[in-house]
Design a binder for this molecule. Structure first.
Ligand code: ADP
Length: 455
């Protein structure tokens, strides 16, 4: 029936229909007289017919769209046909979307990770089965509630309102810290958020077992090594020994010193990893005084190598933080610069402030680092050239310590280097850590330059 209406041009059909009505009016007028009235009658009949079609179309659109469309031809047939097709297409699309939505619900429900859909104000719109067991959510009680009212750990709340969701955040589920969770937000659509939460308790346990193991082994090795190094030192000083044996003893002694240094660094690292950042020292640290102390040590290390050491320090610029940790990080960077800069090279230490915060910078004219190694330097025991590092007394842990210390101070390490030309290691601290101290004169003077050449 509908296909009928598609055959031929609808306007042609309509033209012939109107012509039919007019012809009928003319014939009736010719037969019974009153031609004009008969024509008016024919046109009224045509209008009536059109109104009837309109009425049927309107009723079908309003109430009967699910039923078969009314039979019509010409332009009406075409209109009804197009409308019916649109309706059918919409129905198919709706069915498809409903199916997809069902499949999404089924797969999210089956996921082992808790999945929560949040609205623009972090209000819960939907969650899967895992969220019920892992986050103790309940439906419908928690639908519409803000997720930060239910998961109240400060780390999680800070993460939610930070707006930076590039990483996941880890936090304990309850005060007893027996269950550790890792949460990640994925923004989508128009201010919608998908919150995915995993149980990482096992991973945490393994990580803390690894940390404890390294700390315990290092601790247990420290005492026997100290005894061995002591005996080796005493023996090597013995005049009665053959020079050959004395040489071997000296070599054993220097190796034991290196082992002790590695153990000390491992212990420092595990202390940095286990100590709570909240309990870390937050008192003002005189960084200029700390750098002057490092300068003394550096002078001893430079010895006769003829490297030029230049300091440019803002003497009134202090930091809130842990003195020993900052000393360890800055000293590692200066020591590295000396180790990896040939005799006669230049090392510059900068300590200054700008609107981004405070910056500690060590620049050297040393051997530099090929670009492919730069991103791995802070890994434990990662060395560009193992032999050179060992010969210079390096443990391979220095930059790992620097990274941890900076992380604990909310700071960032930046490494720039050109092989054969030198490297710049910069530590960037946020403005919130800065403390202004010292005389007005020091402040006005800004960066005061201290320069000397080693002997
Ligand atoms: P190491 O004790 O071996 O110096 P670090 O963790 O301090 O260990 O440094 C890792 C590696 O980074 C070093 O082995 C060295 O190859 C490279 N490195 C560090 N600082 C510099 C520097 N100033 N110039 C060139 N290479 C450097």
């Amino acid at each position: 029936m509908l296909l009928d209406s598609r055959s031929g041009s609808p306007w042609k059909v309509e033209f012939w229909r109107l012509s039919g009505f007019i012809l009928a009016g003319l014939v009736l007028g010719a037969l019974f007289g009153h031609l004009a009235w008969m024509l008016v009658l024919a046109l009224s009949a045509y209008t009536g017919w059109q109104l009837r079609q309109l009425y049927r179309f309107h009723r079908w659109i309003q109430v009967g769209k699910r039923s078969e469309p009314p039979h019509a031809s010409g332009v009406w047939g075409d209109l009804i046909y197009e409308q019916y097709r649109l309706y059918q297409r919409n129905r198919r699309r709706k069915k498809k979307i409903a199916k997809l939505l069902n499949r999404f619900h089924e797969s999210s429900a089956a996921m082992p990770d808790a999945t929560v859909i949040l609205g623009s104000r972090f209000d819960i719109e939907w969650f899967n089965g895992a969220a019920i067991s892992l986050l103790e959510l309940e439906s419908p009680r928690d639908i519409g509630r803000r997720v930060t009212n239910l998961l109240r750990h400060p780390e999680f709340v800070r993460y939610m309102y930070s707006g930076d969701y590039s990483d996941a955040v880890e936090f304990p589920r309850g005060p007893d810290e027996r269950v550790m969770l890792s949460a990640r937000i994925v923004p989508y659509g128009d201010k919608q958020f998908l919150l995915s939460v995993r149980d990482v308790t096992r991973l945490h346990m393994l990580e803390s077992m690894r940390r404890d193991f390294v700390a315990n082994v290092s601790h247990e090795l420290r005492t026997p090594l100290t005894v061995i190094a002591g005996y080796l030192e005493a023996l090597a000083d013995e005049d009665t020994l053959e020079p050959e044996i004395r040489r071997s003893l000296r070599s054993m002694e220097s190796q034991s010193v290196r082992m002790r240094r590695i153990i000390e660094d491992l212990l420092t690292l595990s202390r940095l990893e286990t100590r709570d950042t909240a309990a870390m020292g937050q008192s003002p640290v005189s960084v200029p005084a700390l750098i002057h102390g490092i300068e003394e040590e550096a002078r001893m290390l430079i010895g006769e190598r003829g490297q030029h050491l230049t300091l440019a320090l803002d003497e009134g610029l202090w930091l809130r933080g842990a003195n020993t940790e900052l000393h360890s990080a800055f000293s590692n960077l200066v020591t590295n610069a000396i180790h990896y800069t040939p005799d006669g090279g230049t090392i510059t230490v900068h300590w200054h402030e700008d609107d981004q915060g405070a910056h500690f910078q060590v620049r050297d004219t040393g051997i530099g680092i090929p670009p492919q190694h730069v991103h791995r330097l802070t890994e434990r025991f990662y060395r560009v050239d193992s032999d050179r590092s060992r010969n210079s007394g390096g443990t391979g842990l220095g930059l790992a310590i620097v990274k941890h210390v900076l992380q604990r101070h909310g700071a960032r390490l930046q490494i720039e280097s050109t092989p054969g030309e030198g490297s710049t290691f910069s530590c960037h601290f946020g403005p919130d850590r800065i403390v202004r101290r010292g005389s007005e004169a020091a402040r006005a003077e800004g960066a005061k330059e201290v320069s000397y050449e080693s002997m």
